[in-house]
Design a protein around this ligand. Structure first.
Ligand code: SAH
Ligand code: F3S
Length: 454
């Protein structure tokens, strides 16, 4: 083949355009970033920020609560209208709804071309090609054991803060939760594989590593052929040059062993902030939820962590209105909130999920009552969180500059140790990716305002 014809072929191969929308958790954000890397590398896609320009639309879905699931079909409906005027457009549905519903998605929404699960996202380029060549809808919601990490390319950029998945799936089977079904059994990545990803990120400028998994503290990846732990992984990560902050989400209270508590004493890079979902303060409800701890055990763990790091802040997830939750159960939850004084937390009304034990439990609490309890709980959580923010006014905070403020391009955005957003005026874009001291001047309900301290 002459060099001329290679050139022609190259010109004929047009770059295709990709648009990705992500619902749900940080794990989904991580998976979406990996889908983009894969399709760029293998199928010459480029990312666009408008749905109308795209040749392939991907929706990475969440099924944790019923509302999240319904959003998927509304979104497909909107995309179908684009497809009516652009018949070559392909629609792919990934994530937990895809995993849960599989082919049923295509039956309900025939405009969908590809359905793939969280553990088979590495097959996306093949599914796309097969759809293109056969014009038949493609479904792959299999759970090949961690195979995806052998296929996804290593990162080609280093954001200031980067997610790194270390455990996939979950074996806890909390009675309300759909995740073990949609993401499959818990599997840990090898330590060497994770450290390679972290090293590449660090070389490209990443300063903060945020380890991800449903139960990161049950991490059991192999290191030099032997089973390792999250504590060991954190120590090894802190030794990597340029890594200045380490976080992890989510940890399960039952799995938070002493070696991890001690890591807070040994590794200064590990932030003094831990997300430790308690869900409820009532032992009766915790048992029905199959959470494997009591309120007392949870409080003992909080005390242990505070002993090692007196400035430690805790955030949590709460489920309000679990089937049969009494007024006393709810009061127990409010009591634990007042005891721990949680920082920025997430709270939800219980939502029955298909094929989970809680879905068939008797429930005599009305939706109105549940909503009222949620309002009370959220008001208290917001009050506590705003209290922490107000206490920070006047103080100096070490912040990792993560980018330009979304609302005001004249401002940069940083994150404090406890992951609060701080906006500050600066036109020095070079500061992005650096840890700098910011004087906090003002506390707003959802962010802080500050100024650079030289
Ligand atoms: N692995 C994490 C939780 C992942 S799901 C843990 O161990 O806690 C994120 C949060 O969604 C949960 O902590 C819970 O608060 C909430 N959640 C999960 N299933 C839910 C349901 N059926 N209804 C309401 N909230 C739910
Ligand atoms: Fe869900 Fe419980 Fe696992 S909340 S993700 S089953 S720890």
């Amino acid at each position: 083949m002459s060099s001329n014809s290679i050139e022609k072929n190259y010109l004929l191969k047009m770059t295709k355009k990709l648009f990705v929308k992500t619902h749900g958790c940080q794990m989904n954000e991580y998976d979406s970033a990996k889908m983009i890397d894969l399709l760029k590398a293998e199928e010459d896609f480029e990312l666009v920020d408008s749905e109308d320009q795209a040749d392939l639309l991907i929706l990475n879905t969440c099924s944790i609560r019923e509302k999240a699931q319904e959003r998927v079909f509304h979104q497909i409906g909107r995309w179908r209208k684009i497809k009516e005027v652009k018949p070559d457009l392909k629609i792919a549905i990934g994530g937990c709804v895809a995993s849960q519903e599989g082919e049923k998605i295509i039956k309900r929404a025939p405009s969908v071309d590809i359905v793939f699960g969280p553990q088979s996202l590495h097959n996306l380029p093949k599914l796309y090609k097969d759809k293109d060549s056969t014009n038949k809808p493609q479904v792959d919601i299999s759970f090949p054991k961690l195979e995806k990490f052998d296929h996804i390319p290593m990162p080609d950029r280093g954001e200031a803060s980067a997610f790194v998945s270390i455990v996939e799936g979950c074996n806890k089977y909390c009675s309300f939760c759909v995740v073990p079904k949609t993401r499959g059994h818990e599997v840990s990545r090898n330590v060497e594989d994770i450290l390679k990803e972290v090293t590449i990120l660090a070389e490209k400028g990443t300063k903060e590593i945020h380890f991800l998994g449903q139960n990161v503290n049950n991490f059991k990846g192999l290191y030099k052929g032997e089973i390792s732990s999250l504590a060991k992984l954190i120590e090894l990560t802190a030794e990597i040059e340029n890594i200045e902050r380490i976080r992890f989400t989510t940890s399960h209270p039952h799995e938070f062993k002493d070696d991890l508590v001690e890591t807070y004493a040994k590794v200064p890079e590990l932030v003094s902030h831990v997300h430790l979902p308690v869900q409820s303060g009532s032992d009766r409800i915790l048992k029905l939820m199959r959470r494997r701890y009591t309120a007392e055990k949870y409080l003992i763990l909080i005390d242990k962590l505070k002993k090692v790091r007196p400035d430690m802040r805790f955030s949590s997830d709460f489920i309000v209105g679990f089937p049969g939750e009494t007024k006393q159960d709810f009061t127990d939850t409010m009591n634990i909130i007042n005891e721990v004084k949680f920082d920025e937390s997430y709270s939800f009304i219980y939502s029955a999920r298909p094929d989970t034990p809680a879905a068939i439990m008797e429930d005599d609490v009305s939706q109105v009552e549940k909503k009222e309890r949620l309002n009370i709980l959220q008001a208290r959580l917001n009050q506590l969180s705003y209290g922490y923010s107000r206490k920070m006014v006047g103080s100096l905070q070490k912040c990792l500059v993560t980018g330009i403020s979304k609302k005001d391009p004249g401002q940069l955005q940083g994150r404090t140790i406890c992951d609060r957003v701080v906006n500050f005026r600066s036109d020095s874009i070079d500061l992005v990716g650096q840890l700098i001291n910011i004087r906090i001047n003002d506390a707003l309900p959802n962010c802080l305002r500050g100024s650079i301290q030289n």
